[in-house]
Write a new protein. Sequence first.
Length: 683
Amino acid sequence: DDGYRLWLKYNLIKDVPKREAYARSAQFIALTGTSPILKSAAEELQTGLQGLLGKTVPIIANAGNRTGGIVLTNASGADVQTLTKEGYKLASRKGSNITVSGKTDSGVLYGVFALLRQLQTGQAIDNLSLAGNPKIQYRLLNHWDNTNGTIERGYAGESLWKWYELPATVDPRYRDYARANASLGINGTVVNNVNASARFLTAEYIEKVATLANVFRPYGIRIYLSVYFPAPKVIGGLKTADPLDPEVKKWWADKTNEIYKLIPDFGGFLVKANSEGEPGPQDYRRNHADGANMLAEALAPYDGIVMWRAFVYKADPKSDRFKAAHEEFTPLDGQFDKKVIVQVKNGPIDFQPREPFSPLFGNMPKTPLSMEFQVTQEYTGFATHWVYEAPIFKECLETDTYVKGKGSTVAKVIDGSLHQYTMTAIAGVANTGTDRNWTGNSMAQANWYAYGRLAWDHTLSSENIADEWVKMTLTSEPKAVKTITDLMMRSREIYVDYNTPLGLSRPWSGVHFAPEPWQEKSVRPDWTAIYYHRADSIGLGFDRTATGSNALAQYRPEVQKQWNNPETCPLPYLLWFHHVPWTKKLSTGRTLWDELCTRFYTGADSVGWMQKQWAQVESAVDPVIFADVTGRLATQHKEAIWWRDSWVLYLQTYSKQPIPAPFKKPDRTLEDVKALSEIYKLR
Ligand code: BDP
């Protein structure tokens, strides 16, 4: 198994009585309607049933009096009253038909995938009464893909979009990509990098993008573009890109019209501006709202939206990067056009293995805020390390902001229920590429899957999502399912332990992989490692209390209370907020230094445990996938030890303390690990 089919594997169900029972309820697919989306729904159901049941189930136009089949209807009656636009309902009674209904064609499509999921995970289907409504309106993947086929932070091959071949050649893979996303309820795709090339707005590229849009449309997926703010200058020949300049406005309006001519359901624009050197409205003494509103105005005649990113920070040695987005954006609350959503990364810094939630969440009641999660493993070991990300996403979504009293979770900000947002959105930075299995590491398919499932329903648990994914993708053998889900559930914490325990962050070199906690020189202070961990002879960690940067003040008092006091601050966040002495006794009974060593060592050892656990599922999973993951785990183990050694040897130069028993001191020196990281940088 090369992994290409992802979780849409549809292998023949081996349990014969079960298969036959399913087959009795799936003798035909009745489809009323002819829209392309309904057609996709019926075809997908047919494909799924063909694989699972081993027979071709006919698609018929009308069930008439027949029973024992599956009826797909885009209905408007009383039974779909409780559904929202894209929601679905599955219902069945013995002796009758299974009905899959929705208020829209997309609802029916999502219902079909929900029904298939029932079969793929071995659930009963004869007494179905299941409804699903997405909690978030815009559920997007963001691809950081470039015109030349490279992907910024991609670890699974090249970009899926073959720009040089488009629009004439249409890779069949585009359709499979759309199927996979539709199966999760993802309804939008930003096809290009946020560090955007203006080329995407040329007539040549709009035609290519329109071709992709045509493939995605029958799967309920709309296309979006990241835009380069100075495009009016670069490709439009204007002298300025000032968002208040009438000619600039006209240029964007014309460009938008041009796009909609070819892509009538175009989703809108994603913008990274005045961030990490990307140009933006501030270059013209305008603010983010001026820039976003100008684009919103261009989109006004259409259904599209502007997603303006809040990922900003200035190269100012005196400021705390943690505070930057809140400082720049909260004063603009209320100033954004109604078509603008501000897209916020889950944490205040940058997709670290663990971060506290961004203090913007809850603090912009008049501006719809959307969540940006990183699915691609830029900071979690690329495609080698096995890190199941659902717990990262859930941890953030479930944290209480206390903005409107207890229970004001980040999820409620994002799903709009806290501030009655008029639009809601969520974005995941994709981990897909041209690797045959899409994500490099087969286990990383689960991250795409989990992101999509949570985008649809953030109340699902990480365990349940893992369980579903394993059953649909790897095996239904109960013991193996348990072993693998258990591995998944522990994988993130293990990674954090050997990588950034107790609230450490960003100990990276340029490519964000090789450990380099000693890195002290860069073009910007906040691009060094020492900026983040602040190790010195006294201790370790970034003081963000009132005696330090006071970033904590950006949170509500209830949140501050949890994190303000180093005695009671939960250990996962400790060094995010406090500079803690090496000899300080922590709640575990160990000193900071001993606790750090314990985490680094047990974290690295736990990868050995992962290897042993994985070895046990050999007979239950496909041999190719088994071998591939086995190999990756071996590398992960080696690298976990490298991480551990780098950190402890470096920090030891400050703590001046021995590695505590029972751990053995690394069998290499600080110079050795430094040399390794240097080599990593060579091209
Ligand atoms: C950082 C990545 C960088 C992205 C940036 C962003 O290293 O490549 O361009 O985020 O989100 O994590 O804009």
